[in-house]
Design a protein around this ligand. Structure first.
Ligand code: PLP
Length: 315
């Protein structure tokens, strides 16, 4: 597998709204473990890990996490021991999903925890690895989940250059880029890339979970970690909409299920109600609400194909 120089396709959708030209970048087609933005991000973690001579990896995420799936799969393919620290949902429940099954099948050690004792759990897992003679790499940095932001943000800073190259091939420029904003790593990366490029394109994150104030803080922090500082010019580039987050992570409605079915119908593309389908719905509503007409618009498909199948019966 060499995903490093793999360009995912950008092409125009049959689906259209307000006479905009809607394009999609299919990062769900990255050629490893069902693709998605987490493939690019995980790749960065493994490169960083290699550079610094670590020999086992610790991930954190719930049972539906696309990141945990990709990391468990990548470590298995590289023969690197993998630990997945997994919090229960806010309701206290644990759900089986296509992603959690893949994590299990890839032989990752799954360590359940509560959201209230993450740092203690990370400490315990790190200690256990060391006792076994391993040198563990925790993807988020220190036991409080800080210090490794730049590594992940880099992934999509580079993707912005890929997009610029593809614009040239297509003979157009995008007025807007829309994408799902969860932790904001992907959005922050694109904004950093666009700044490096001196580009005017508006990049809009549709929050799928958090309120905008919280999202802004986190995204600005990522940008600061990438550049070492954050200027007001950079702050102005951050655009996050939270009108379509509903009650937060994992919540969806019939409108989202309907648009997922419509995109599957018009373009044969799978989306899911937690990330891409929710963000696509949000973009659709925003284009109507702000009466954005006749523009070149790119939607970044950030993956999550296993979640499409988790929810297939509902559409
Ligand atoms: C993680 C994820 C996102 C959100 O990406 P962030 O960088 O956390 O904002 C969007 N879509 C899919 C499918 C994801 O797995």
């Amino acid at each position: 597998m060499e995903i490093k120089n793999f360009n995912t396709p950008i092409y125009k959708l049959n689906y259209s709204i307000n006479n905009n030209r809607l394009f999609i970048k299919r990062d769900d087609l990255l050629p490893f473990s069902f693709g998605g933005n987490k493939v690019r991000i995980a790749q960065k973690y493994f490169e960083d890990m290699n550079r610094n001579n670590y020999d086992c990896i610790i991930a954190y995420g719930n049972s539906r996490s696309n990141l945990c799936r990709v990391i468990a799969n990548m470590s298995k393919s590289k023969g690197i021991p993998c630990y997945v620290i997994s919090p229960a949902d806010d309701s206290g429940e644990r759900h089986e999903s296509n992603n959690s099954i893949i994590v299990e099948k890839m032989g990752a050690r799954i360590i359940p925890c509560l959201k209230t004792n993450v740092s203690q759990t990370v400490t315990a897992v790190i200690d256990e690895c060391k006792k076994e003679g391993l040198n563990p790499y925790y993807i988020y940095g220190d036991i409080f989940g800080k210090g490794n932001e730049k590594v992940a943000v880099q992934a999509y800073a580079e993707v912005f250059f890929e997009v610029k190259k593809q614009e040239q091939e297509l003979g157009l420029e995008f007025d807007y880029i829309f994408l799902a904003c969860g932790t904001g790593t992907t959005l922050a990366g694109l904004i950093c890339g666009s700044y490096n490029f001196g580009n005017e394109c508006e990049i809009i994150g549709i929050s799928i979970a958090r309120e905008r104030q919280h999202s802004y803080k986190v995204v600005e922090n990522y940008i600061e970690k990438y550049f070492g500082e954050i200027t007001s010019e950079l702050r102005e580039k951050v655009k996050i909409e939270d009108n379509w987050r509903l009650d937060g992570y994992g919540h969806y409605n019939n409108k989202i299920l309907e648009i997922i079915k419509e995109i599957l119908t018009t373009d044969g593309i799978p989306m899911d109600p937690t990330y891409t389908g929710k963000a696509f719905w949000g973009m659709n509503e925003l284009l109507k609400k702000h009466q954005i007409i006749g523009k070149n618009i790119l939607f970044l498909h950030t993956g999550g194909t296993p979640l499409f199948f988790d929810n297939l019966k509902k559409i």
